[in-house]
Design a protein around this ligand. Structure first.
Ligand code: GCU
Length: 601
């Protein structure tokens, strides 16, 4: 019982089932994000005090009102003690912190103290890299803001709220799965809870650069760069854009807080073969942001995917951001290993399934020369008729775009995965696709679609809103006969490029047998050889993303071969043990094998 909540009826909270009401307001989203590239961060990573809260007691009883004073000073009993001895590392997943917390899905309280306040003329923004699923931020006992979405960053302005001396920052995180969330309560990966990406404060001037996006200007013969700049406030002025290696030192007029300019420049174009990046500095007043940006053009023309005007085929692989030890939390070393394995496989692309991965992935893919399909977790049976669910999905998509749209490696925004076609789904996902196109007309919009079982064709009315059709198919695994794939392809006549966005088979590393021995490495390798043999005969298949680079945790998988893992990985969950299928695909992607896409190598 919170002391400060000692109102007339100390038991009122036991009957208040609308306890979440006060926290529905103040929700932050994509419009509140602040570009932090090149800014000095005050890191808040490290040990935070931590308490699980399965019944949301802290929101009901207002635990956040309790000052962290010692028990001997308490005058009424309490049920929460932010001075408690338990701590947890930020970033991390509580589901990986203690064995007894592995399956905990519920609320939890993070507390840390900040002995710092900004100068009078400074603004301060808190950025949380990701917290799954809903987060509520409190400062010194006052609710500040909430955020919904488990894989995208969010920013909360704390200007004027930080006092000199100790400030108590608390974050309530709720990891519950729910039918109206994105993803909803049924999905094929492990539901990790926690603040699992970095947390930092940023000191900003009174008027600062909220967003700066640079890309190759469309239809300018690769000879111009478009710069779009948005400020924190609707003021007029002049921003600067400097790209020294291109001789760009330009002024961008700002009117009402935003402005854009097309700058003459002929950059060396970014590509997997030549991942050229440029140092870019954007300024306004005393504020500076610094990015390393690659300039390239990606588009679809007819049945071709064109990178910088030349046809390409996406030789990809799917990957979850999952780790047997750290869960959804990752590290630079983990990401570099992931990209190196993709390169070793012979990939020029990765599909980042099924949610926004860590910001560093696209930055390192920019350097490595790997193209990325990034996506939001509009996965399976979303509550498509629910306007609040749509707002959540669209916000996650726009947060992803705001976060990564300066990354040359990101070439595709994926708006969903394996969603049965209904009118509600069509309205929901076509709206998402158009939202992506409005926010960023420079990339392809795709979705991982299902086979149309009524016609047994690759066709989906959503395709009219997509540049690229992704198709998930498992002929040779869930549907044992490959003849189904041959019939499907012969029966289909898509009007835009198709990539096989998923195909795969389970195999337990070390389990050997014949081509028909289920869950054996040999059957998995034979599966891919047969799949590629068929797919490479179809000229409008312009890419393939085998499912999946590593075995990953999934409670839906409980045979003796799986034991809580989806075993379709080409590499086991140790991220070292390669299965026979890894070598099979490496050979299929090599110069010695027939290429996908009907071209020649
Ligand atoms: C589906 C789904 C994946 C899932 C895979 C599988 O295609 O998109 O998320 O893991 O099939 O069954 O292994």
């Amino acid at each position: 019982m919170s002391e400060s909540a000692g109102a007339a009826d100390p038991f009122a909270h036991l009957h208040d089932e609308d306890y979440l009401g006060p926290f529905g307001r103040g929700r932050v989203g994509h419009a509140d994000l602040v570009i932090t590239a090149g800014r000095e961060a005050i890191s808040l990573d490290g040990d935070w005090r931590f308490t699980l809260d399965l019944f949301d007691e802290g929101l009901r009883q207002k635990w956040y009102l309790d000052e962290p004073d010692p028990p001997e000073s308490w005058t009424v009993p309490r049920d929460y003690d932010c001075g408690a001895d338990r701590t947890i590392a930020v970033p991390s997943c509580w589901t990986c912190a203690r064995p007894e917390w592995r399956y905990f899905e519920g609320g939890a309280w993070y507390t840390r103290f900040i002995d710092w306040a900004p100068a009078p003329d400074e603004r301060v923004v808190l950025r949380i890299g990701a917290a799954n699923y809903e987060a509520r931020v409190f400062l010194n006992g006052a609710f500040v803001a909430s955020h919904r979405g488990g894989f995208t960053p969010f920013c909360v302005e704390l200007t004027g709220k930080l006092r000199s001396g100790a400030n108590r920052l608390q974050v309530n995180v709720d990891s519950r799965r729910a039918a109206d969330r994105v993803p909803m309560h049924h999905f094929d990966w492990f539901n990790d809870g926690g603040i699992f990406r970095e947390v930092a404060l940023f000191r900003l001037p009174q008027v600062f650069i909220r967003d700066a996006a640079l890309r190759l200007a469309p239809d300018a013969g690769f000879g111009a760069i478009k710069a779009e700049i948005a400020l924190s406030d609707a003021v007029d002025g002049t921003a600067s854009v400097r790209i020294p290696e291109l001789g760009v030192d330009a002024a961008v007029p700002i009117v009402g807080g935003s402005g854009s300019a097309t700058l003459a420049a002929r950059p060396e174009l970014w590509s997997p073969q030549s991942p050229r990046l440029y140092d870019v500095e954007v300024g306004f007043g005393a504020d500076r942001v610094r990015e390393r940006i690659g300039f390239r053009d990606i588009r679809v023309a007819g049945m071709e995917i064109l990178l910088n005007g030349a046809p390409i085929v996406l030789q990809g692989v799917c990957v979850h951001e999952d780790d047997v030890a750290t869960g959804r939390a990752t590290s630079e070393a983990d990401i570099r290993r992931r990209l190196a394995h993709a390169k070793e496989l012979g990939c020029n692309a990765l599909r980042l399934a099924h949610y926004p991965h860590h910001d560093l992935v696209a930055r390192l893919a920019d350097e490595a020369g790997l193209m990325l399909w990034a996506e939001v977790p509009v996965y399976w049976a979303i509550d498509f008729a629910n306007p609040a669910t749509y707002a959540d999905a669209e916000n996650q998509l726009l947060e992803l775009i705001r976060r990564d749209r300066n990354r040359a490696s990101v070439v595709i925004w994926g708006v969903g995965n394996e969603n049965a076609d209904t009118d509600a789904r069509y309205r929901f996902m076509s709206s998402l696709a158009e939202a992506a196109r409005r926010a960023d007309p420079s990339r392809l919009v795709a979705a991982a679609c299902l086979i149309n079982r009524a016609t047994f064709r690759i066709e989906d009315r959503l395709a009219a809103h997509l540049d690229l059709i992704g198709l998930n198919e498992y002929f040779g695994w869930y549907e044992p006969e490959f003849t189904g794939l041959e019939r499907l392809l012969a029966n289909s006549a898509p009007d835009r490029p198709v990539v096989i966005s998923e195909f795969g088979a389970d195999a337990l590393a070390g389990h050997r047998g014949g081509a028909r021995t289920l869950f054996s490495e040999d059957a998995q390798a034979a599966f891919f050889r047969r799949q590629f043999e068929i797919l490479s005969t179809v000229p409008w298949i312009k890419g393939a993303f085998p499912w999946v680079l590593y075995d990953f945790r999934s409670e839906r998988r409980q045979t003796r071969f799986q034991k809580g893992f989806n075993r379709k990985g080409l590499i086991a969950e140790d991220k070292r043990t390669k299965k026979a299928a890894f070598e099979a695909i490496r050979a299929l992607y090599s110069a010695n094998a027939p290429p996908l896409g009907g071209g020649s190598r």
